[in-house]
Design a protein around this ligand. Structure first.
Ligand code: SF4
Length: 505
């Protein structure tokens, strides 16, 4: 039996490999001519595929590894030597990918059977049964509730459970997870996986072929094998996890990683599985080496958000990709590509993405997405930027996070937008102290752009948002502003948009 695995299915233990003797891997290149992915993302995927090929060969598998322009070209070559072959693969979480693969194989006289993708912790059937049972996502209650799903999975799996109760008595410890590090704090080391010969060869190929892509090709630190991914996991649970929780929402001017796990790229490639990273974190808590608030916060990222996003994406596509309930139509400001802006928080977040293909979740949500939301950026354009810029980005990941949560293009994921003024960024970071903009000013010279755009956003979208749950407090502040204030806010917002367009923010 031949197993055809994709570049994000590099799990040495995936179920179809149990009965397979032959594995097909196609390293397709032309898709990245059309979509200008970050060079480190391309290096990561191609290098991980080549390492996976060698690992499988070492384990005795016969591996056909084809470098081709497209999957179609690769399959042409494969079926020339293997006419009529039957392939088995894992379902892809990306919308439409399974149908496209099946059509490509059948057009060449082969057949393709796709089985459950066991690189995820929960199955489609489990989520669908939960959604049906709870009425989540029905017309009557459009919003899928992450918190409900998270508790459901904890109960079903026993993860961090004490009988029928959550360990420690609470389902989450967010109130302990909103600290910013003191000035004398030293962040833990970032595990660095030096490029070997294979990775260096891929880096050269990527630099030659995709030489006009945005993003720094150097500074590559990402694990490309399962062994390295397990080392990264061990480093996280032993070194980074203890302080992860307390500082998980913090942002520091000179610090791109803080205590974040940095495991998302390896997880999304399939090098490690969600269950094993969760178990490693829980073991660390049980051995007394990490506090519960850290471990629970991490478990929620994996069991709650990651699995949840994948399922909501599946249930909400294809509409989700183009969802734009606020009719936001502004183009993305050039600063997202150049990083050239005096806005310290934005320039730092863009710099992190440019340099590493990575920014942590609060930079993603409360700086990069928040600014685009307030500015009025078309959610699909922002989604494309995230998709191209991040090493861990896949359509199933970015679309619910960026279009749903970040842009509030739809209310299937949250009942209110993640919109905030400079207040939040000032509270959770040290950026404002180093920024020429004045965090407390809304209008006038050097007023922080987040502030006028925030009020302008609430006013522009009043009809949709005022009646939305949990927006009452924000609109009570809106109601206190007089006509003169609104005129100044509108003028300031218009000026900021004109300056942003000119790359002068
Ligand atoms: S003052 Fe405004 S633009 Fe500057 S860092 Fe703070 S929130 Fe960002």
């Amino acid at each position: 039996m031949t197993v055809w695995l994709l570049g994000d299915q590099l799990g040495p233990g995936v179920a179809p490999l149990d009965t397979a003797d032959h594995v097909l891997l196609i390293e397709a290149h032309a898709f990245a001519d059309r979509r200008r992915y970050h060079p480190q993302k391309l290096t990561l995927v191609f290098s991980a595929m080549r390492h996976f090929r060698d690992e499988l060969r070492d384990r005795g598998y016969d591996v056909t590894y084809l470098r081709a322009e497209t999957f179609g070209d690769g399959l042409d070559r494969y079926f020339e030597t293997n006419p009529g072959d039957h392939l088995v693969g894992l379902r892809s979480p990306s919308h439409g990918a399974d149908d496209r693969r099946r059509r490509l194989v059948e057009a060449r006289g082969g057949t393709l059977t796709l089985v459950e993708n066991d690189l995820f912790l929960t199955t489609r059937e489990e989520f669908d049964a939960w959604a049906d049972e709870t009425g989540s996502g029905d017309d009557g209650s459009r919003t899928f509730r992450q918190e409900h799903w998270y508790r459901h999975v904890r109960r079903e799996t026993g993860i961090l459970m004490d009988g029928s109760d959550p360990v420690g008595g609470e389902w989450n410890y967010d109130d302990q997870n909103r600290e910013t590090p003191p000035a004398e704090w030293t962040p833990p080391d970032v595990p660095r996986f030096e490029p070997d010969d294979i990775t260096r060869e891929v880096q050269t190929f990527v630099a030659d072929r995709y030489d006009d892509h945005w993003g720094d090709p150097e500074g590559f630190v990402w694990p490309v094998t399962r062994t390295e991914a397990l080392q990264a996991l061990e480093h996280f649970v032993s070194v980074r996890l203890p302080e992860f929780g307390a500082y998980q929402d913090a942002m520091l001017d000179d610090e791109w990683a803080l205590c974040h796990s940095l495991l998302s790229a390896a997880l999304n490639l399939g090098l490690i599985r969600p269950r094993e990273v969760v178990d490693a974190a829980v073991d660390t808590y049980e051995s007394g080496s990490a506090p519960l608030n850290s471990v629970e916060g991490f478990v929620r990222q994996i069991v709650g958000w990651r699995e949840f996003m994948r399922h909501v994406y599946r249930r909400s596509m294809p509409d989700l990709a183009d969802a734009n309930q606020l009719d936001q139509t502004e183009p993305l400001p050039p600063a997202y590509w150049t990083g050239e802006t005096d806005m310290r928080c934005l320039s730092k977040a863009v710099e992190h993405v440019h340099d590493r293909g990575y920014a942590h979740h609060i930079e993603r949500l409360m700086v990069l997405s928040n600014f685009a939301l307030l500015y009025g950026v078309d959610p699909a354009e922002l989604n494309e930027w995230f998709h191209l810029g991040f090493v861990d980005a896949y359509h199933w990941v970015t679309t619910p996070n960026v279009v749903g949560m970040g842009s509030f293009g739809t209310d299937v994921l949250s009942s209110k937008p993640y919109a905030s003024s400079a207040n939040y960024i000032d509270k959770m970071s040290d950026h404002c102290a180093a920024c020429p903009y004045a965090k407390s000013k809304t209008t006038g010279e050097n007023a922080c752009p987040f502030n006028a755009l925030y009020w302008d956003f609430l006013k522009r979208n009043e009809e949709t948002l005022r009646g939305t749950g949990r927006m009452g407090l924000m609109y009570s502040h809106v109601d206190r502003k007089d006509d003169e204030e609104w005129a100044a806010i509108r003028d300031r917002a218009a000026e900021l948009r004109a300056r942003a367009e000119d790359g002068d923010l």
